[in-house]
Design a protein. Structure first.
Length: 137
């Protein structure tokens, strides 16, 4: 069997309320409405000026090298492409079959899996849109 992915911290959805998280981040996850397709879930990423790469990444439960960026980028990428304003949809089944992780670039720009959202699959609803606002890192 392959090795499970590693994460720095395990948190719950309720911790994504804009208050300080263990690595010093302030992140808010909020419901913004319904999707067009009820079998999907949608995400939007909002970053503050000058932020390095951030993202919502899904991992196969027992394969640390099998992952998918759902929505990701740095402030400059998002501004150039209006990517932060675009809804990114994925199959709800695909979402619930995987580990959800908020990742960020740390020292030397290395992408690091910081926050495993342990209850994402059981808390975030099918057919819903969510906004992830990263206020501070």
């Amino acid at each position: 069997m392959s090795e499970a992915p590693s994460f720095t911290y395990e948190i719950r959805v309720a911790r994504l309320n804009g208050q300080d998280l263990p690595d010093g981040d302030q992140i808010k996850l909020e419901y913004v409405g319904l999707t067009v397709n009820p079998s999907e879930i949608e995400f939007e990423l909002v970053l503050q000026k000058g932020m390095w790469w951030k993202g919502l990444v899904l991992f196969e439960q027992y394969k640390s090298n099998a992952w998918q960026e759902v929505v990701a980028g740095d402030y400059n990428d998002l501004q150039k492409s209006s990517y932060a304003k675009k809804d990114v949809s994925i199959s709800y089944q695909d979402f619930t079959d995987k580990f959800s992780c908020l990742s960020k670039a740390k020292g030397a720009g290395v992408h690091t899996n910081i926050y495993h959202i342990a209850d994402a699959a059981s808390t975030l609803a099918r057919g819903s849109k969510y906004r992830i606002t990263w206020f501070k890192d």
